[in-house]
Write a protein that binds this ligand. Structure first.
Ligand code: ADP
Ligand code: MG
Length: 454
């Protein structure tokens, strides 16, 4: 088929698509799509990026096939190829951008109205093949387009950057709209807790109003809603109201919607109704780039050799990558060393890996914290309000939550039947303190390292 015929075919297809969907939809998804060949019944379309490719495959494939078949009878298949030029420019600009736009992190605090922490941004998120689709979709959610991806569902294992990406969307929206849009980031666990509290305080109407009034709802870790019928029901209604009003909704989960147990079918189908994208563990190059950006954020210089050793050995996830980096930096700082031998680094990383595979139990955690603060374990469980016990107790609550992922209520049970609201209060108090007090944050880092060493 000649180029001319192909172009003509394509403009007819576009017209037809506008009739069948809408102009904004076609503008959003097809503006940069071009036919590049027709051979053996296969029409080849060039698309600007992976996100458009996946979106067309998931949402428009059948409609496109039908439409084009109306013009070419012997059409068998449509293929989408990402334009080569685009791939190159995106890769290079993204990387240089993430480094040059880097701002020094210091005392970042979570905004209580939005729950957003300004530390999580697009410009300090390293893009690799493991997350580029999720990254592109998250960026897409920030742009106002009439045909947006809604909802966006991002899933992947622990420590792979879901929360970072979700929060980056929220922060970008706030920046772009100067607080004119109502944005809320919330974990599914917090959502559930707030809902339960609102029942208890007879303030369910306030709860509903608060969520139904948002422009952007960002809900993290929805796998937590498994088996929580009331929360699911409330989310379902909130979702429908926001969705019908064209408000953006973004979810994350540690697994795809189909694999979350005990979720009502109607909610699952909402999760699946937009774009579902995954994040996988980063490859070696991405791990290197992440380590470099984390060193910059800490204002700490590590030589290339050390960075590549860490990137080679720590492969499972980025949280572990950061943990290993902290450990190496800590080992150097505490001994006032400029560098470490390869042997020493290998030893450190080997130990680190061994430890992270060992599960941290509540018992062990309590022992380490008590040893660290030099208090008796029995005092921790007593209902004493002595200053020297209150702080370690709150640290225990915080670390249990962070490192074992126990629920607030079971942490309460473990610590002599304390109410879960006490645990949440302590957790928040410690989180805040970490963000505002550099010394204290070093203390917690050290404790984490100790726990890993135990
Ligand atoms: P998840 O929510 O998937 O468990 P997080 O978003 O909490 O993971 O990420 C864990 C840590 O790794 C965070 O400190 C985050 O900033 C960092 N991180 C994850 N992915 C990236 C990335 N692509 N670039 C830079 N940092 C990342
Ligand atoms: Mg997370």
């Amino acid at each position: 088929m000649s180029e001319l015929v192909l172009d003509e075919l394509w403009s007819k297809t576009i017209e037809e698509l506008i009739n069948k969907t809408s102009r904004p939809t076609v503008k959003t998804w097809f503006e940069e799509v071009k036919p590049v060949g027709f051979f053996d019944g296969v029409l080849r379309l060039s698309v600007p990026n992976k996100m458009v490719k996946v979106w067309l495959e998931q949402k428009f494939h059948y409609l496109l096939l039908k439409t084009v078949k109306g013009f070419i009878n012997d059409l068998k298949q449509i293929e989408y190829v990402i334009s080569e030029e685009k791939i190159k420019t995106i890769k290079t600009t993204r990387f240089s951008k993430s480094f040059s736009l880097y701002k020094k992190i210091s005392l970042f605090e979570t905004n209580p109205a939005t729950n957003l922490n300004p530390r999580y941004r697009f410009d300090n998120f390293v893009v690799g093949s493991n997350n580029e689709l999720a990254f592109a979709a998250a960026q897409g959610a920030v742009n106002d387009s009439e045909a947006k991806i809604n909802p966006l569902f991002i899933y992947g294992g622990v420590g792979l950057g879901k929360t970072h990406l979700l929060q980056a969307v929220g922060n970008a929206i706030i920046k772009r709209h100067k607080n004119l849009k109502k944005v809320k980031y919330i974990t599914s666990e917090q959502f559930t807790t707030e809902l339960v509290n609102s029942f208890r305080n007879h303030s369910i109407e306030d709860f509903k109003a608060k969520f139904r009034d948002l422009d952007f709802l960002i809900l993290d870790d929805v796998q937590f809603l498994s088996g929580k019928t009331k929360s699911q029901e409330e989310l379902f209604h909130t979702f429908n109201i926001l969705y019908d009003a064209s408000k953006q909704i973004i979810f994350s989960s540690d697994r795809p919607p189909s694999m979350i147990p005990d979720i009502e079918q109607r909610l699952r189908s909402r999760f699946e109704g937009g774009l579902v994208v995954d994040i996988t563990p980063p490859d070696y190059e991405t791990r290197l780039a992440i380590l470099k950006i984390k060193c910059q954020e800490r204002n700490y210089f590590l030589d290339e050799r050390i960075i590549s050793l860490i990137a080679e050995k720590i492969t499972r996830n980025i949280r572990e990558l950061e943990g290993a980096l902290n450990l190496v930096i800590f080992a150097m700082k505490s001994k006032n060393l400029e560098t470490l031998t390869e042997e020493r680094i290998n030893e450190l990383l080997k130990d680190y890996l061994k430890q992270t595979y060992k599960k941290i139990t509540p018992k062990k955690l309590i022992k380490v914290v008590c040893d660290f603060y030099n208090i008796k374990e029995a005092d921790l469980f007593r209902k004493t309000r002595k200053m020297n016990v209150i702080k370690p107790r709150q640290v225990v609550m915080y670390l249990l939550r962070e490192l074992t992922k126990m629920s607030f209520s079971s942490i309460g049970e473990t610590l002599n039947n304390r109410d879960h609201t006490t645990i949440i209060y302590s957790y928040e108090k410690i989180s805040k303190e970490i963000n505002t007090n550099v010394e204290f944050s070093e203390e917690i880092k050290l404790l984490r390292t100790k726990l890993a060493e135990e």
